[in-house]
Ligand binder design. Structure first.
Ligand code: FCB
Length: 494
């Protein structure tokens, strides 16, 4: 997905690029980026030596993805690299988050390195640098080499070791030119949607396997961090990205369910990463499916080795009710999501509650911080269409982003160290199980021709970045009304 950095860094100096933020905001909110995952945009699934990933296998199995869509061609970004880089420059992006496809680098998931795969990302990074766009690289955005899945995938500890080797290869090749490194994108989604719900690759359906995957993904992060740190690239920033959601009980009697959902979605990842332990209530809750015997001595120390930042992907708050049926949204903790009254929904059916972002950032900072935070994904799916004049007017997306930027600003006012903000996504792309039916981009992609059509949000975002933020409006209502009160009490000049 695309993001915008509200502040960038001056390479090599370690200094943040400051300035531009009006008034009392504690720094600039670095916005101005587009964000995208390899499988969702690249296409060229069988070219230049790329091996198969679990998403190739999953999407090619009938019934898994809407209309049978696959990432075989996707946005054809692999072949349209220069054109897409020019679009980023036209937009005025300051930073761009992208992911590397592991099977392009190691087609079999281990051993031999495919140089052509590395070259593709080298060209991408060089192209970004030439346009003064800061690259932020994600090592794993869900496209595990199928060869590793055949040996157990994330349910096997061996995969964590292979991940660390792969991380070292990519780091070795690109760490002189890429300063920001993210090991994992959203391990919750990979574990639970992929291993318990079966709606994402690899399509497994087992709670105990989802727990195994959780631990092995986190361990993979820890082992990869160890390897990357030992390369001694001073000044680089390493971290992981989690999908986090504040959780609320719909009714008083749903408090217990809400605590369990919070445990499953948020604390099961935040606690090991930032505190070096699994939450006790979760270990207790899952006692019947797992004794957590997969946690070996020393694992948690590795998992919790210091991160330079935390990446936070925010899409929604979860309001939940108890639900013990197998169709529940979170079957292993007996809860389902409900949409509160008067809350708008996106084309994904997700509730729009920007204050949830403030709540989340403040909570993470208070309970797990202080730690620099990058909002590495935030955005909205809209039923976009090209009108007879050839434009795409996505007012809803502008409103969504504007309100979320302000919500992040509010968190900054409350002391959260938000260093950057990436919008998901630069262009429409393969939205996993939803195929091409859901559009998140600032740029519309006409899939049959591959044509890119900047939407009205593209112009708006470009303007936001040029102005260095959402300006006056970015300040919270709260601050503005405090100012009004202060002004009304100020002695009048005599
Ligand atoms: C996130 C994913 C990203 C995209 C957005 C909408 O969970 O990281 O790839 O699908 O949701």
């Amino acid at each position: 997905m695309p993001w915008g950095m509200l502040s960038g860094r001056v390479r090599g100096t370690g200094q943040r690029i400051e300035g531009g933020w009006p008034h009392e905001l504690p720094g600039r909110l670095p916005v101005g980026r587009g964000d995208r995952a390899s499988y969702q945009i690249e296409g060229a699934a069988n070219e230049d030596g790329r091996g198969a990933s679990i998403w190739d296998a999953f999407s090619h199995t009938p019934g898994n993805v809407y209309r049978g869509d696959t990432g075989d061609i996707a946005c054809d970004h692999f072949h349209r690299l220069e054109e897409d880089l020019d679009l980023m420059a036209e937009l005025g992006l300051k930073a761009y988050r992208f992911s590397v496809a592991w099977p392009r680098i190691q087609p079999e998931g281990s051993g031999e390195v495919n140089r052509a795969g590395l070259d593709f990302y080298r060209r991408l990074v060089e192209g970004l640098r030439r346009r003064n766009i800061e690259p932020m690289l994600t090592l794993y955005h869900w496209d595990l080499p199928q060869a590793l899945e055949d040996r157990g995938g994330w349910t096997s500890r061996e995969t964590s070791e292979r991940f660390a080797e792969y991380a070292e290869i990519v780091y070795e090749a690109l760490s002189d030119d890429v300063e920001f490194w993210i090991t994992l994108n959203e391990p919750w989604v990979a574990s639970w949607l992929g291993h318990e719900a079966g709606v994402h690759a690899p399509g497994r359906r087992s709670t105990s396997e989802a727990l195994l995957a959780t631990h092995h993904l986190l361990l993979g992060h820890g082992l990869a961090m160890e390897r990357m740190r030992s390369a001694n690239r001073e000044g680089n920033h390493l971290g992981a990205t989690l999908s986090l959601s504040p959780v609320r009980a719909s009714r008083e009697k749903d408090e217990k369910a809400a605590k369990l959902v919070d445990g499953n979605v948020n604390r099961l990842y935040l606690d090991p990463l930032l505190r070096g332990e699994y939450p006790k209530d979760m270990v207790e809750h899952y006692r019947e499916v797992s004794d957590f015997g997969f946690v070996r001595d020393g694992d948690l120390e590795k998992i919790s080795s210091p991160n330079d930042f935390l990446g936070v992907n925010f899409y929604m708050r979860h309001t939940v009710r108890e639900d013990d049926s197998p169709e529940a949204s979170f079957p292993s903790v007996g809860a389902r999501i409900v949409i509160p009254h008067n809350v708008r929904k996106t084309a994904m059916g997700w509730p729009v509650e920007p204050d949830g972002l403030t709540e989340l950032l403040v909570r993470v900072n208070e309970e797990y911080g202080p730690i620099p935070i990058y909002v590495t994904e935030n955005g909205i799916a809209v039923h976009d269409y090209v009108d007879p004049e050839g434009s795409v007017n996505d007012k809803e997306r502008v409103e969504y982003l504007d309100s979320h930027f302000r919500a992040a600003g509010e968190a900054m006012e409350r002391g959260v160290d938000v260093r950057g903000y990436m919008v998901w996504s630069l262009m429409d792309n393969f939205e996993w199980a939803e195929g091409y039916s859901k559009r998140f981009g600032l740029v519309y992609v006409d899939y049959p021709t591959g044509k890119r059509i900047p939407k009205s949000s593209f112009r708006w975002y470009s303007d936001v970045m040029r102005r260095g933020g959402v300006g006056e409006a970015f300040r919270s209502k709260n601050t503005r009304s405090k100012e009004r009160v202060a002004r009304s009490h100020a002695p009048s000049p005599s």
